[in-house]
Design a protein around this ligand. Structure first.
Ligand SMILES: Nc1ncnc2c1ncn2[C@@H]1O[C@H](COP(=O)(O)OP(=O)(O)OP(=O)(O)O)[C@@H](O)[C@H]1O
Ligand SMILES: [Mg+2]
Length: 397
């Protein structure tokens, strides 16, 4: 099986667009590795370079320890599944899956065994005689996966293969993909702009922005310890609240001050961000996940310096959660809309922008009888505050 390594891989297109910049990636053998980033950040470019469909401008690509940088696609032993999985319309599902191995002159009996085995894993045994147009989106998707499986490659490369499938089926297909990948055990490099998809599928997730790698980790690491404001804002729904605050002391207690609010800083925040002590008296960006805010009625013993009160501007009911929107009364960091490429400014501007809007979101218990216009007291889980440098946008180490 195949580990995939990218070392200092750069792609500059004719015309000068640098789509991928000095990318280092280590995709462990047998893993489900997701590359996540907004539209235009270079995901497809990266996959096409690994597949050999595009050359690299600089750098080295290794598969299973072998340098394949100069190899043609057919010598790399990878199978790519595209966003529009282009099945042959005049062929049945069976013929679509069998086409590759037959073209490579594999014996008919062997092909039959391979197709039936793949179909069993994919649970499409009962639709093998149908043409694509009479298959559902999910079934077509699985036929496309079947074609990749019978190649028995060292690596699967998948470019947003679920994006043409409706939302409900897509959630089911994610589970299927994980099951199939575990069953086949083939190293899988999967790209998507959908952070929920990335967090559900990946054992490892790499976040990319404008061709530059931002952070690699397990999904929980990216969620709990985002390396910078981009990752903090990109991962999580609703996104992390990010507000400009000053690190001060209140009666000797280290405190974040923003607007009229004062939050005592838990020791655990200093443990996670030891360099934070240097920032006393300086502005920083404090991040609070909507999950780390709760209606104070459910936490009566919470101390005063873990509370903020707010005027409720809007309440969205989403399943068992209430998303409460309110004005925090201090500048918050502007977040990109999901799937949009232009987060913050570019090379000559700051890493992000402080917005004129002051909106915060809390995800709170559905039993809270809160309505628009109410005054609501919230408790902050101050042990889980995130802190970022105001200028660089990097998490304070
Ligand atoms: N053949 C090409 N020639 C010139 N520029 C290109 C070419 N292909 C892509 N680009 C540019 O390279 C950048 C990265 O494109 P890429 O298709 O890799 O992004 P992506 O992350 O896959 O986006 P999406 O999520 O929209 O599919 C973009 O700025 C794009 O315009
Ligand atoms: Mg793409």
């Amino acid at each position: 099986m195949g580990e995939v390594e990218l070392e200092d891989v750069t792609k500059v297109y004719r015309g000068g667009v640098e789509a991928v910049s000095s990318l280092d990636l280590d995709v462990p053998d047998g893993s489900f590795f997701v590359l996540l980033g907004p539209s235009g950040c270079g995901k497809t470019t990266m996959l096409r370079m690994v597949a050999g469909l595009d050359g690299v401008t600089k750098g080295t690509i290794r598969i299973a320890g072998r340098d394949v940088t100069g190899d043609s696609p057919r010598d790399r032993d990878v199978a790519m599944v595209f966003q529009n999985y282009a099945l042959y319309p005049h062929m049945t599902a069976y013929e679509n899956i069998a086409f590759g191995p037959l073209a490579r002159r594999t014996k008919k009996d062997d092909v039959d065994r391979m197709v039936r085995q793949a179909a069993r894993i994919l649970e499409i045994d009962n639709v093998l005689d149908k043409r694509p147009r009479s298959l559902s989106g999910g079934q077509r998707q699985r036929v496309a996966l079947g074609r990749a499986i019978v190649r028995q490659p060292q690596v699967f490369l998948m470019d947003e293969p679920l994006s043409n499938i409706d939302a409900k089926l897509r959630a089911g297909m994610r589970g299927e993909l994980i099951r199939i990948q575990r069953a086949v055990g083939v190293t899988t490099l999967y790209v998507t702009h959908d952070q929920v998809e990335a967090m559900t599928l990946g054992d490892h997730v790499a976040v990319m922005r404008d061709g530059v790698l931002q952070q690699v980790g397990r999904p929980s690491e990216l969620y709990d310890e985002p390396a910078n404001l981009f990752v903090a804002g990109f991962i999580g729904t609703p996104p992390m609240n990010l507000v400009e605050a000053t690190l001060t002391r209140d009666d000797g207690v280290p405190t974040f001050a923003f607007g009229t609010h004062r939050l005592g800083i838990d020791d655990r925040v200093f443990e996670r961000h030891p360099r934070l002590r240097v920032y006393e008296g300086l502005p920083v960006v404090v991040g609070i996940r909507p999950d780390d805010l709760e209606d104070a009625a459910f936490a009566p013993t919470a101390p005063a310096d873990a509370r903020i009160s707010a005027n409720v501007e809007r309440v969205d009911t989403i399943g068992r959660d209430l998303h409460v929107h309110f004005d925090i009364g201090a500048p918050v960091v502007d977040m990109p809309d999901a799937g949009e490429g232009d987060f913050g400014a570019d090379d000559d501007g700051p890493a992000f922008a402080l917005g004129s809007a002051n909106r915060f979101v809390a995800r709170i218990d559905e039993r809270t009888p809160v309505r628009e216009g109410d005054r609501l007291e919230l408790v902050v889980n101050t042990a889980r505050l995130h802190v970022f440098d105001l200028v660089s946008g990097e998490a304070i180490g």
